[in-house]
Every structure is written in C-alpha cells, then in structure tokens.
Design a binder for this molecule. Structure first.
Ligand code: ITT
Length: 177
C-alpha cells in the first residue's frame, strides 16, 4: 500500500489508473519549502513520514505549469496562482505574446523511512483559451497535439502527461525492487 499525500483527488485518480499497488489518499498538509519541485516533494515526503504513526511508504507529487513567455511562471507557484488569479487568466497573460509554449512538470517523491527517490515527468504543449470539461486544474488551457488535456479521457492524458511519465518511472522502479 502507498499513502499518496495530497489534497488533490485528480492526482490520486490518475495514480490509481496507473499503479498496481493500492493507493490511499492522505490529506496531510506538509510544509511547502521554497525551491525546485524536486526539493519540495522530497522534503514533503520525508516530513509526512516522520510525522505519521504509520510505516507505510508515502508518495508526494509536486507539479507546476511553466509558461515560456512568462519565464516559467507560474511554475512552483501554480497552486497559489490557480487559487488567486484562476486558470482562465493564464491565456490572457500570453495573448499578446508570439510564444504560447508551456510545459507541465511533475516530480514524485517516494519515502519509506530509509530510501527517498524522486521520479520526474514532463510534457510540452501550448496555452490556449479554455476547452473541455474533464481533468482538473490547468487542463482546459493546456493543449497537446490539438486537444486540451480537459478534452482527453484520463487514460489518454496519462499516456502522454507529465504525471503519467513520472508514474511510469515510479512503477518501473517499484517493480524492480
Ligand atoms: P497537493 O499539493 O495537496 O498535492 P495541489 O493541487 O496544490 O495539491 P500542486 O501544488 O502540485 O498540487 O499543484 C500545482 C497546481 O497545478 C495546482 O493548481 C493544480 O491544480 C495544478 N495541477 C497539478 N497537476 C495538474 C494536472 O495534471 N493538470 C492540470 N493542472 C494540474
């Protein structure tokens, strides 16, 4: 069993679609340090494990949307920006820019009390006006190969997405242990 430490049910659904292990959602509010996604995720996984009674391994997912024309903004601040500006404002921020390219990046951090391992995944796309009603977060404004992530089924998104790639690496590593 893996404890997925997140308040985001969308992340958990995607992980369950991908992993053979059973995944339990744990809503622990770990400290989000300032830094790169990998440092944030690693710190969060270790802190959650240390603060909990259970010995079951934990998984933390830190994800960001990096918009090229905005020098990588909102990046590590993506959750704050979704809560404050809102997802729909992102296309308006790049409306006058020639470059509409962006990338999603996910870092998964696994910690079992001894080992801490991180797994990364990324996907490139374009910022577009919102389309589609599936997925979550920035999915409606992120287009990849002609469709937004909100226009894809979860399986289609997982097959190409930042989180899908990171989950695939994590699953391979788990299988080899
Ligand atoms: P936890 O920290 O509790 O896991 P969160 O949603 O705050 O939940 P992040 O900080 O990793 O998680 O997410 C940053 C932002 O990016 C947040 O606004 C998410 O909604 C959004 N996001 C994360 N993964 C996404 C995905 O696959 N598609 C679209 N938006 C995503």
């Amino acid at each position: 069993m893996i404890r997925f430490v997140t308040s985001n049910e969308g992340k958990v659904s995607e992980a369950r679609e991908y992993l053979d292990e059973s995944v339990e959602q744990v809503p622990y509010d770990y400290t989000e340090i300032q830094g790169e996604l990998a440092e944030i995720a690693r710190y969060g996984a270790r802190e959650t494990f240390a603060e909990s009674e259970s010995d079951e391994p934990v998984l933390v997912d830190d994800t960001g949307l990096f918009v090229e024309a905005l020098d990588g903004f909102p990046g590590a601040y993506s959750a704050f920006v979704e809560d404050t500006l809102g997802v729909e404002r992102i296309p308006t921020l790049v409306a006058d820019e020639e470059n509409d390219r962006a990338a999603f990046r996910t870092v998964l951090a696994y910690h079992d009390g001894e080992t801490t391992e991180t797994f990364e995944g990324s996907v490139r796309g374009r910022i577009v006006a919102p389309r589609g009603d599936r997925g979550f977060g920035y999915d409606p404004v992120f287009e990849h190969d002609g469709r937004t992530f909100a226009e894809m089924s979860m399986a289609e998104k997982n097959a190409i997405s930042h989180r899908g790639r990171a989950l695939e690496r994590f699953a391979d590593w788990l299988a080899e242990r």
